[in-house]
Design a protein around this ligand. Structure first.
Ligand SMILES: Nc1ncnc2c1ncn2[C@@H]1O[C@H](COP(=O)(O)OP(=O)(O)O)[C@@H](O)[C@H]1O
Ligand SMILES: [Mg+2]
Length: 330
């Protein structure tokens, strides 16, 4: 297994007390695979990504867990070892390229910095590789772009530069946290297909993070659905979309605009009613119970374990998974 996260629980110290941002998050990522993290805002997608990339804020408290990269726990590595992996073997891109690109330096300088730091390339090699990377990410006329500053680039082009920097060292894992959320729909599609193309060509594994289940379903092999810092459902993207087992996944699916193309004008998309629990005072039982139309008495009282449904390659954290009755009866 390339990357395996086991029982990761992370708190944050805040002025309102300690909040449990992640609880018992576990998942695996194999080589070349694409995995999507999906869930509403605040569900713990970015904290999970940042934990893998070892970039958590200083008020984070690791309560438990392991993050095994090629069998070695990142959480136990020295700063120097982590530095070697971060940006080289594991790379990350974020929602807003403008906050990650340095406005004072040219495209050539910023990509070159990554190449010099991690690969120790010579000056002429850096230029060559930079041009190669720019064309790989579909930037027209790369030569002319070398001396460009970030503010001269469109949103889509900046994101392409960010991707060029991220893949500069041929990472084994690329984590893309809401990489297209700030872009308009056409550009969004182009960037997502670029990520797919690069994953296949470079044989990378991809973790794609989005609040949009549609984006995740169309661009990943497997989906991990998060709610209130917990993994509620994991499975093959196609299977999850065709037959969600967790009521929360079903809720997300019902909110997808694509399902409502035939609705009359003025139709308003449904949203899941209710709000995410207060992470400082979590409910005792299932975290979704207060919002769940299928809840039973025990859902509100007993913590829910994760159930494996091997025949469907599915894991679901629910006492009463949808569709599961079908499996039991067959
Ligand atoms: N540095 C921090 N300090 C306090 N709370 C944080 C910090 N970072 C994230 N959180 C909280 O952790 C939870 C998960 O956040 P996040 O992973 O960013 O959600 P997502 O990316 O799914 O929208 C949220 O409740 C968020 O407010
Ligand atoms: Mg986020």
């Amino acid at each position: 297994m390339l990357l395996e996260v086991r029982n990761l629980s992370i708190d944050f110290k805040t002025s309102r007390g300690q909040i449990q941002a992640l609880r018992d998050v576990s998942f695996q990522l194999s080589q070349g695979e694409s995995l999507g993290f999906v869930g509403e805002s605040g569900s713990g997608k970015s904290v999970t990504s940042l934990a893998i990339f070892d970039l958590l804020a200083s008020n984070a408290v690791l309560r438990s867990g392991e993050i095994l990269f090629q069998g070695r726990d990142i959480l136990k590595m020295s700063e120097a070892e982590k530095q070697k992996i971060r940006g080289k073997d594991i790379a990350m891109i974020f929602q807003d390229p403008m906050t990650s690109l340095n406005p004072s330096f040219t495209v050539e300088y910023q990509i070159g910095e990554v190449l010099t730091e991690h690969l120790g390339l010579e000056k002429h090699q850096v230029r060559e590789r930079t041009l190669e990377l720019l064309s790989l990410v579909g930037i027209p006329d790369p030569q002319a772009r070398l001396k460009t500053y970030p503010h001269e680039l469109s949103g889509g082009m900046s994101q392409r530069v960010m991707i060029a920097m991220a893949i500069a060292c041929n990472p084994k894992v690329l984590i893309a946290d809401e990489p297209t959320t700030a872009l308009d729909v056409t550009i969004q599609k182009q960037i997502l297909s670029l990520l797919g193309k690069l994953r296949r060509e470079l044989k990378m594994s991809l973790i794609l993070v989005s609040h949009d289940l549609g984006v995740i379903a169309q661009n990943t092999d497997r989906i991990m659905v998060m709610y209130a810092g917990e993994v509620v459902e994991t499975g093959e993207s196609k299977g999850v979309i065709q037959g969600p087992m967790h009521p929360y996944t079903e809720g997300l699916l019902k909110c997808l605009p694509a399902l409502h193309v035939h609705e009359p004008a003025g139709f308003r998309l449904p949203t899941i009613s209710g709000i995410v629990p207060n992470l400082a005072e979590r409910p005792q039982g299932c975290q979704l119970a207060p919002r769940c139309q299928y809840r039973q008495k025990n859902c509100e009282q007993v913590a829910v374990p994760t159930t494996e449904l091997p025949s469907q390659k599915r894991q679901v954290r629910c006492f009463y998974p949808l569709q599961a009755s079908k499996e039991i009866s067959t």
